[in-house]
Write a protein that binds this ligand. Structure first.
Ligand code: URA
Length: 232
């Protein structure tokens, strides 16, 4: 790929801006030679302002999403892209959230620009589990685990019952819930269906992957081994 298009697709600027950056000598080889507009250098041999380029297409990362951030590129409020390097929101192909978390939900959010990987994770055929810690407004009644596991729970305005989900209570007002689907506001609606209300929701795990020690608001790249843990 030509240098201008490569840098522009990585979000360094519009093609016009990138041309000006190249002319100003900000783009060099690792050996220190200024690169020209029509150059075809290898991604790994290019520095921008002396720093290696952001990774090429095929990126996956995990974030510990804080409450108050929307999984969107354009929202009047705060968005998860604010927590990533500013260039990431301008990349082509875009790095997208793999399934959304609500603004008021925190925890493990995966993002990737790999469309095949994204579809593999969210495809119902992959049956990737998602585990949430749920804090509730009212004590559990005691029948929720059996109802959620039954595969018969119908959410309001839906025509198909939910697949079986696993509920494990922590105490009267908190539980772990593992689901395999990703319906709109699913966890909040499941508890609304049993006359309760979710007051805090935090995603702990997607498949075999968890946040580890990643602090709230931080992110890190995921390597190939990590990706396979999603499908364990
Ligand atoms: N279920 C919800 O209700 N909200 C989320 O963010 C994720 C699952």
């Amino acid at each position: 790929m030509r240098l201008v298009k490569l840098l522009s697709n990585l979000g360094y600027g519009s093609q016009r801006d990138v041309r000006a950056m190249i002319k100003a000598g900000r783009v060099t080889s690792v050996a220190g030679c200024a690169l020209g507009i029509d150059c075809q250098a290898d991604h790994s041999d290019i520095l921008f302002d002396g720093v290696p380029l952001d990774p090429p297409t095929g990126v996956a990362l995990m974030m510990n999403k804080p409450v108050g951030f929307t999984c969107s590129t354009a929202d009047p409020g705060r968005i998860v892209y604010e927590l990533l390097p500013p260039r990431f929101a301008r990349r082509k192909p875009i790095i997208s959230p793999v399934g959304r978390l609500d603004r008021e939900t925190s925890g493990l959010l995966l993002l990737t620009d790999d469309g095949d990987l994204l579809h593999r994770i969210i495809s119902p055929r992959s049956v990737v589990t998602k585990t949430y810690k749920v804090d509730l407004a009212k004590p559990l009644r005691g029948d929720e685990a059996a109802l959620f596991a039954s595969g018969t729970l119908m959410l309001r305005s839906e025509t198909k019952p939910l697949l079986a989900a696993q509920l494990e209570s922590i105490d009267a007002l908190a539980a772990l819930l593992t689901i395999t689907e990703g319906r709109y506001h699913q966890v909040r609606r499941m508890f609304a269906a049993v006359d309760n209300r979710v007051v805090a929701l935090h995603r702990l795990r997607v498949g075999g992957m968890d946040l580890g020690e990643l602090p709230p608001g931080e992110w890190r790249y995921i390597d190939v081994g990590d990706m396979e843990r999603i499908f364990r």
